[in-house]
Design a protein. Sequence first.
Length: 406
Amino acid sequence: MINIIGLGYIGLPTALMFAKSGVKVVGTDNNTKLVNSLTEGMLTFEEEGLEELFQEALSNGIKFTTEYQNTHTYILAVPTPYIKESKKLDPKYVISAVNSTLDVCEKGAIVIIESTISPGTIDKYIRPEIEKRGFVIGDDIHLVHAPERIIPGNMIYELEHNSRTIGADNLEIGEKVKGLYSSLCKAEIVVTDIRSAEMSKVVENTYRDINIAFANELAKICRTDNMDVYEIIRIANMHPRVNILQPGPGVGGHCISVDPWFLVGDYPDLTNLILTARKINDSMPRHVLGRIRDIMREHRIKDISKVGLYGLAYKENVDDTRESPTLQLLERMDEHLAFGVKVFDPFVKERIVDHQFMNFEDFLNEIEVLVVMVGHEHIKNNMDLIKDKLVLDTKNICIFDGSYKL
Ligand code: SAJ
């Protein structure tokens, strides 16, 4: 039996997938409300294919509890928040999960950390914590880092089809864990050491951040001289060795906008490109604000409450709002005492900001300028409802003429 600790965006799909593959799984989370909801057969977030997977896992006997189990294998998928001021990782939840595991585990248990951690976290924080309690690593307990790679919006498919990395202190344990993951993962699984696994995960997300920053910088350059950035990227990408990503209103989510900071925090003298990319991506909400101001001036609109932001999620077709460009933009407006902009997101069912609408048509009725911050399918399917608005389309999804671009 494996005990999966943390039933959030990563832990839950992973637990369900293992259960579907025939592995006996108990999912543990300290949030009683979440555990009760899952036990009653209710999912806690939306994701393509998750409901079907949930039903299959339930029929294969998956259990949910707030208690850590006495067993041999643990997968830790707990949050790893970062400290806003220092941009460093806060390992408190991983440390606490490791400690709770040590309280109950069998001798020789394998503890697999899936949560993204900054390079060196296991050496700096986890090993000392375990040794402090008198456990011998490599005998009483084995440590493994198996960072996840799945992308929200396509998690179920990617759990099965993405290759994976297993970082372990010795090959035998690495191969054992590889065997476990191959029950759900059909792609290649690479076994390496723990530091390489930690670093490669952060490097992957940093690579994407830098490439998005390049697209965003191009968008700004093109804006100053009235060139069509999308056309330029489309043409450049026809070159066999060029693959530029898409510009947007900023980079959100708990991964790409966070992980590069770990490298900046740890190697401040060496991270010029990485830091610049972060700054460019973080500057995009301000660029959007400038574009809103241009449109308001051009049309002599003085009242900010006539502006509506479409999308609160950090990207299309998910309900996750962590670090979302829209929240970054609202924070910026707040600092400048610009209150009253209206907001709507069909995926976000709870009220998390002021002037948030729950009904799309009510929202549209109140505004003159619509800012598309997220390209949900929902808005793509409702183009005819927004055609008569002044539209600032930061995601280049509007198919009608006359919309303003980034
Ligand atoms: N974005 C752009 N332009 C693009 C692509 C993305 O502006 O061309 C924006 C999105 O709108 C969003 C942000 O970047 O705000 C991040 O979105 P994403 O879809 O690029 O990635 P995430 O954060 O959902 O997931 C990433 C993935 N990492 C990589 O692709 C290298 C995923 O595989 C990881 O598992 C995940 O981070 C994670 O958990 O680390």
